[in-house]
Ligand binder design. Sequence first.
Ligand code: NAP
Ligand code: HSE
Length: 431
Amino acid sequence: MEQKIYKIGFIGMGTVGQGVWKHLQNNQDHMQSRFGAKYELAKACVRDVNKKRDIVITAEQMTEDPYDVVNDPSIDIVCELMGGTGKALELTLAALKQGKAVVSANKAVISKYGAEIFATAEKFGGKYFFEASVAGGIPIIKILREGLVANSFSHIYGILNGTCNYILTRMERENAPYEAIVEDARKLGYVEADESLDLDGWDAAHKTSILAYLAHGVWASPEKDMLVSGIRGIRLEDMLWAKENNSRIKLVGSARKYGDSLSVAVYPAILPITDVVANVNEVYNAVALNGDVVGRTIHIGRGAGQDATASAVIADIADALKTLTSGASNALSVAKDEKLHFAALDEISGEFYLRLEIKDQAGALASMASVFASEGISIELLQQKKHDVEGRAWLLLTTHSTNEAAIKRACENLEASDLTFDKPFVLRIFR
Ligand code: NAP
Ligand code: HSE
């Protein structure tokens, strides 16, 4: 009997789509023998068919109507590589309802609509694949779902946004201010068109919520259930403080259990230089998993870019072909602990670094210390630094272990007082 040729359709032929197309086209014989199945690159939908592409593709293979891909009965696998949430969700559900396999790199749509997408996939045969949505080329989804299936995870954390890691790496290395390096990152095409996704931590939050779901079976909404902050407020004073204290500042996504409560968060954090994650630089990502059976594992690789992301998408296409040839389902099985709830701020404990811009006058330090004392926060280290503006001073301090609620109240009280000129800037300290 002649071997079936599976047809692959694409919605989106931008950075990632072209990478996937290029590798599947250039290495077809090698890929087919590794996949154990034959495929054809059938169709690609884009916004503008007249735009120049860096791949070999015919006019007949291109369309501007995504339903030419989704509703084509001959197409077995739909790669959703367009991004966004509204249209991407609509097309994903339409393809899944027809029993097609869908491969996606779209962390935004999964973080927001994962529950609906996975339920639809399961109802119609369970063929949804999303390896490229988190940490680019690192196969972290497979690691969590398969390789480390024996484990419960007390803490998962890591660097999940390549753009922010690039900016922080260069700020630290070159002692250069945030704005100058962001401008370079823009020129290099690293920063997303919607800059807030990278710089305010939302992209890392989408990825962290996906990891938290896989590990704990609960969907954390970045807006409602997570603490999310980005890298915009970081100054060279903070970088220098970290360096002097054998540490480094990284934008960290974290899902940490405190008993039955789960804290899912993204924020810049101070990591000791002895932590492997603190030494992952440039656009690289790293994910550290603390499993109860395996112990600690750390996974490092390129977190963004055409080829790294294409590698993950192609791995999903290989898995999709396996489900299509065997008839097996790829339905997600995640374990949900019924007692687990999202941590309230007073349940999240840790040590903190704060930078305050205060009045340089008699009694200011004592007044500031009393704000912390009234919240039961004990100060560990305190350093005053010269400010460029007369009458102002920088105060850099760290706390002994306290909780997020106490820090929040102390910051609000300081901001409302006449002691400070700006919102206190806070970093979490990882030990
Ligand atoms: P991109 O370069 O902006 O490409 C998007 C593609 O989708 C383009 O080909 C665009 O068409 C097409 N498109 C957008 N809206 C469309 C619509 N309404 N109808 C038809 N086509 C439409 O994006 P990308 O960087 O490849 O990212 C794709 C996905 O992968 C996103 O979900 C992103 O978050 C994710 N991802 C990206 C990376 C990365 O490093 N770039 C890494 C991991 C995950 P035109 O070309 O005609 O404009
Ligand atoms: N903007 C993302 C990053 C792309 O910089 O990590 C990869 O998901």
